[in-house]
Design a protein around this ligand. Structure first.
Ligand code: GMT
Length: 378
C-alpha cells in the first residue's frame, strides 16, 4: 500500500504513534509518505520506503494567521497525485481530517481513502470549542474510516458529537524489543545515591498533565523515602513547576531534564512513573514506562484504566488526590517484593500492546477500508 501519514511533528503522543506506525509499515514493505510542516520528532535517519514532504508555508502581509489547513491540503493533493497514494492517514483530527477531506474533493478520486485516528484533546478539549465543533464533526463523518486509541475516546466521540459512525478502537502500541529494561547504573549513580528511589514523569507540560501534582506527590514521598524525581519534557507549565519545586524546597531532588528523544535508559533507572493527568485518552508514555518494568501511579481518567490494572501494574486514584497517590507510591517503594511483582506485571501488560500485534490491526483496517467495506453505521 501507499500511505500518506499526516501528524503533528512536535513532542506529543499522537506524533509518536503516527511516526512509529509509519516506520513499522515501511519495514513491512509499504510505501509511507509523511506530510507535515516539519520532520516528525522520531523520524531520524534514513529508512527505506519512507519519504517526507514538507508543507510550504508562505506569509503574506494581509494574513494575520497562517493558512496551514489549506497549505496542507494542497500538499496532500500534490503527493497523492504524484505518488499515487491509496490512503491519507490523519493523526489528530484537527485540522488534518479537514485538509484530507478537501484534498479528496480536489482530486476527484473517490478511491483514495481517508482514515482519521482520534488521539485525545482533538475530541475531549479543542474540538468542543464552538469555533471547531461543526467542522470537526463534519470531517470525522466524512472520513472513510475512523479509529480511536481507547474505548473511552470512542464513546466520548459518539456522545459529545452525536456522530453515527463506526469507530474502530485500535490502541496505542510500544515496540517491546526496544522499550525494555536496560542496565542503567550510570543513570542511578548520577541522580540518586545508593538505595535511593527514582520517580519519573514525562509529558509536554500542558495544564492537562497536572505536573504540579507530580511535584506535590513527590514532595510527600520524599518525606518518607530517600528519592529523586526526574521530569522529562517541556511546555507551558514548566516555569511554574520550577517555581513550585523551589517553594517546596525540593530543588536538590527534582531534576528538569527537558525534551529527550530516547528515554529508554532513563526509564530503565526508574522505580515509579507518575501520571496524575486531568484527561488522558490512552497514556502512551505510561505504556512506554511499563514496557521498561516501571509501575504506574495514575489518575483514574479517560483510557488509563483500560491500560493499567489497579493493584497489579500500579495504582489508580481520583484526579487531584495527591495524598492517596503519595501513599500508594510510598507503599510500593517501601516494599521490594511487592514492587518486583508490580514491575513484572507492568511489563507483561505492556507486551499485550506490542507493536507487532497492533500494527497488524492497522494494516487489516486499511485493507477493509480499501475494499470499500461499509463503515458508515455505528
Ligand atoms: O490529545 C492530546 O493532548 C495530544 C496528544 C498528543 O499528541 O500528545 O495526546 C493524546 O494522544 C496520545 C497518543 O494517542 C495519548 O497517549 C494521550 O493520552 C492523549 N492525551 C490526552 O488525552 C490528554
Amino acid at each position: 500500500m501507499k500511505i500518506g501519514i499526516t501528524c503533528y511533528p512536535t513532542y506529543g503522543g499522537s506524533g509518536v504513534v503516527a511516526t512509529e506506525l509509519g516506520k513499522a509499515l515501511a519495514r513491512r514493505g509499504h510505501q509511507v509518505h509523511f506530510i507535515s510542516y516539519a520532520i516528525p520528532m522520531r523520524l531520524a535517519g534514513f529508512q527505506d520506503n519512507i519519504f517526507y514532504h514538507e508543507v510550504e508555508m508562505s506569509s503574506y502581509p494581509l494574513f494575520d494567521f497562517p493558512l496551514y489547513t489549506l497549505a496542507l491540503s494542497s500538499k496532500m493533493v500534490e503527493v497523492a497525485q504524484y505518488e499515487k497514494l491509496d490512503i491519507f492517514h490523519c493523526h489528530y483530527a484537527i485540522p488534518h481530517a479537514t485538509s484530507a477531506y478537501l484534498a479528496k474533493q480536489v482530486l476527484h478520486a473517490p478511491d483514495i481513502r481517508v482514515v482519521t485516528t482520534l488521539h485525545g484533546t482533538d475530541i475531549t478539549l479543542v474540538g468542543l470549542e464552538p469555533s471547531f465543533l461543526p467542522i470537526l464533526r463534519f470531517s470525522i463523518e466524512q472520513s472513510d474510516g475512523v479509529t480511536a486509541v481507547s474505548r473511552f475516546l470512542r464513546e466520548k466521540t459518539l456522545t459529545n458529537y452525536g456522530i453515527n459512525k463506526a469507530i474502530e478502537v485500535i490502541p496505542n502500541f510500544v515496540d517491546t524489543t526496544f522499550y525494555r529494561r536496560l542496565p542503567a547504573d550510570h543513570v542511578r549513580k548520577r541522580y540518586c545515591a545508593e538505595g535511593g528511589k527514582i520517580l519519573v514523569h514525562t509529558s509536554n507540560f500542558r495544564p492537562v498533565k497536572r505536573v504540579q501534582d507530580v511535584i506535590r506527590i513527590f514532595g510527600e514521598v520524599h518525606k518518607k523515602v530517600h528519592s529523586t524525581l526526574l521530569l522529562i519534557g517541556d511546555g507551558p507549565d514548566r516555569s511554574q513547576c520550577e517555581l513550585l519545586t523551589r517553594e517546596l524546597g525540593l530543588q536538590d531532588s527534582v531534576h528538569f531534564l527537558g525534551k529527550q528523544i530516547d528515554i529508554v535508559e532513563l526509564l530503565s533507572a526508574a522505580d515509579l512513573f507518575l501520571m496524575p493527568s486531568q484527561s488522558e485518552s490512552f497514556g502512551l508514555s505510561a505504556l512506554e514506562a511499563m514496557a521498561c518494568e516501571v509501575p504506574i501511579i495514575s489518575s483514574s481518567v479517560g483510557g488509563l484504566p483500560e491500560l493499567q490494572v489497579h493493584g497489579q501494574t500500579g495504582f489508580i486514584a481520583e484526579i487531584g488526590d495527591i495524598d492517596r497517590m503519595a501513599r500508594y507510591a510510598i507503599d510500593l517503594l517501601s516494599n521490594p517484593a511487592k514492587h518486583r511483582m508490580f514491575a513484572q506485571s507492568a511489563r507483561r501488560r505492556a507486551v499485550e500492546f506490542d507493536s507487532e500485534r497492533i500494527v497488524t490491526q492497522y494494516e487489516q483496517y486499511y485493507q477493509r477500508i480499501l475494499s470499500h467495506e461499509t463503515v458508515g453505521a455505528k
